[in-house]
Write a protein that binds this ligand. Sequence first.
Ligand SMILES: NC(=O)C1=CN([C@@H]2O[C@H](COP(=O)(O)OP(=O)(O)OC[C@H]3O[C@@H](n4cnc5c(N)ncnc54)[C@H](O)[C@@H]3O)[C@@H](O)[C@H]2O)C=CC1
Ligand SMILES: O=C(CO)[C@H](O)[C@H](O)COP(=O)(O)O
Length: 294
Amino acid sequence: MELGLVGLGKMGGNMRERIRRAGHTVIGYDRNQDVADVHSLEELVGKLKGPRVVWVMVPAGAATQSTVDELAELLQPGDVVVDGGNSRWTDDEKHAEELAAKGIGFVDCGVSGGVWGLKNGYALMYGGDAEHIEKVQPIFDALKPEGDFGSVHAGKVGAGHFSKMVHNGIEYAMMQAYAEGWELLEKVDSVTDVREVFRSWQEGTVIRSWLLDLAVNALDDDEHLEKLRGFAQDSGEGRWTVEAAIDNAVPLPAITASLFARFASRQDDSPQMKMIAALRNQFGGHAVESKSEN
Ligand SMILES: NC(=O)C1=CN([C@@H]2O[C@H](COP(=O)(O)OP(=O)(O)OC[C@H]3O[C@@H](n4cnc5c(N)ncnc54)[C@H](O)[C@@H]3O)[C@@H](O)[C@H]2O)C=CC1
Ligand SMILES: O=C(CO)[C@H](O)[C@H](O)COP(=O)(O)O
């Protein structure tokens, strides 16, 4: 089949390649003309035969919104838009309504696999009506990993991105657990080769996982991670997971702590710890360190 793909960065570029390898035609648009097949969304839509399927793989928020708005003007009734980016699930209903007003279908699709997806396949979790999903199915089949799992119709519109959001929340907490264990192992003198301990865990242990394999890759590149600064960004899904937990009164202590650990990583000198130090000093006369002593 033919697919229009908008956004040809780390994800979209490899996805185009994987879908082409499966024998489909992909016409890609990116505002970066170095990687694009066409010069505009209008040209992309003009080159596709109807009913069209256009997959959006750009950053969540403004870039996705403007692309959906433009596609709503360019596409025809019976066409389908898939949002494969990490959009907030609450945006999906809005996008589905905006497109439905023009007779255009909408599917939200959480995509997992990162830059390894070209080789390993992309795990997909999608939401929307069966009639729209059916039109995208050959593309889902091309992207998904080989084997029985890795692709799910999670529910109605929004369910795909909600599932991906929770997946990323779990990703935060798993990474935090490996990171904390690694720091503790590095701290003590008795363990002399932390990298080999991590490597040994890759087989047979209860905690083996792909993230653990990636941790070993990272340690092979830089055994004590000396080239990196302890600073971690977040792109939204962890925050939305915590917000959803609050809305639903579901306790998520591990995921919430892992999100907050990232915030802490961006502080050189913790303001709240200044207050803790000041209060300990006030009530107990405990020693404080002044800036000049550092
Ligand atoms: N990198 C990852 O591990 C994963 C990323 N995602 C999501 O996939 C989406 C894309 O991520 P990446 O490829 O990693 O980002 P990226 O930054 O590598 O690529 C984004 C691409 O979109 C293009 N772009 C931005 N605004 C545009 C617009 N208005 N019109 C046309 N092109 C536009 C950029 O030029 C760039 O080539 C994001 O929503 C991201 O959250 C989802 C799963 C995994
Ligand atoms: O979806 C992903 C992996 O599954 C992306 O890599 C995402 O960017 C990870 O989230 P964050 O940037 O908040 O760490």
